[in-house]
Design a protein around this ligand. Structure first.
Ligand code: AMP
Length: 246
């Protein structure tokens, strides 16, 4: 994934890694490049964003798995990375705590896009959002009968829309983790959750009965920052676009 950057991307790389930091003539008037703050979550999104950053000439200098730092420096004095929970990335970007960030489509649908642009599907951290039930539960019969089913999920907006589109009546139960437990304990008939390999479902005797949507991670940019820091953000977006896996 990522691969070698092409000539256009290398051009951007030079801009970012060694681009001129303009010094002001007067010590009181700073014309330096504005600092760009990128919000990422640890794990798959962080790992899969690294090649895109590299294409923009940016290398993160700390390893989040071994460091406890939450603000990570990069080889570019104008770019820093902040580590936040995946579901907090849109909040940081919306309110300007970060200029841009990488977040899953699931997280962005649940949060909404107020105050943000979503210029790129980065095609990373791919998985799917699915409905799953116990392997001995007759889902087709349950939804055909028109009775209400109980669905546990962290993704209430996505689940509500999905079942409403299908005309299925549901009682939604909001959970924050370990959704797989809900059908096993009788808390719910079904769950709506992210599935990647399917191993977690299988290990818990659950089966996928419906795909709700494909998920990948997107770049989001604070709308005000894009006006105030247009040039460096535009360069970064362009470099990400060129390096995005097709
Ligand atoms: P898997 O066993 O590979 O199907 O992964 C399923 C588990 O990983 C579930 O607990 C999901 O909530 C979580 N998961 C899978 N893909 C993602 C993703 N892209 N982002 C966040 N969590 C994920």
């Amino acid at each position: 994934m990522g691969g070698r950057p092409d000539a256009a991307v290398v051009g951007t790389l030079i801009n970012f890694a060694r681009g001129p930091v303009r010094r002001a003539a007067s010590p009181n008037a700073c014309e330096c490049q504005p600092m760009i703050t990128l919000a990422l979550s640890k794990g798959r999104i962080f790992e899969e964003t690294l090649p895109l950053l590299k294409a923009a000439g940016i290398e993160v200098l700390d390893n989040p798995e071994t460091s406890r730092k939450l603000i990570l420096a990069t080889n570019s004095p104008e770019v820093q990375v902040v580590l936040v929970r995946a579901s907090d990335v849109p909040t940081y970007v919306q309110y300007g705590g970060a200029d841009l960030g990488v977040a899953g489509r699931d997280v962005l649908i649940e949060h909404g896009l107020d105050g943000m642009y979503q210029p790129l599907d980065l095609n990373i951290a791919r998985c799917r959002m699915s409905v799953a039930v116990r392997d001995d539960f007759d889902y087709a019969a349950a939804i055909k009968q028109g009775s209400r089913i109980r669905v546990a999920t962290k993704y209430t907006q996505i689940a509500r829309q999905h079942f409403s589109d299908k005309g299925v009546h549901v009682d939604l139960i909001k959970l924050y983790g370990s959704m797989e437990l809900a059908p096993l304990t009788g808390l719910a008939d079904a769950i709506v959750d992210l599935v990647s390999t399917g191993n977690t479902l299988k290990a818990n005797h659950l089966v996928e009965v419906e795909k709700v949507m494909e998920i990948s991670s997107r770049l989001v940019v604070n709308q005000a920052a894009l006006k105030l820091k247009r040039e460096p953000l535009r360069r970064m977006i362009d470099a990400f676009a060129s390096a995005t896996p097709k």
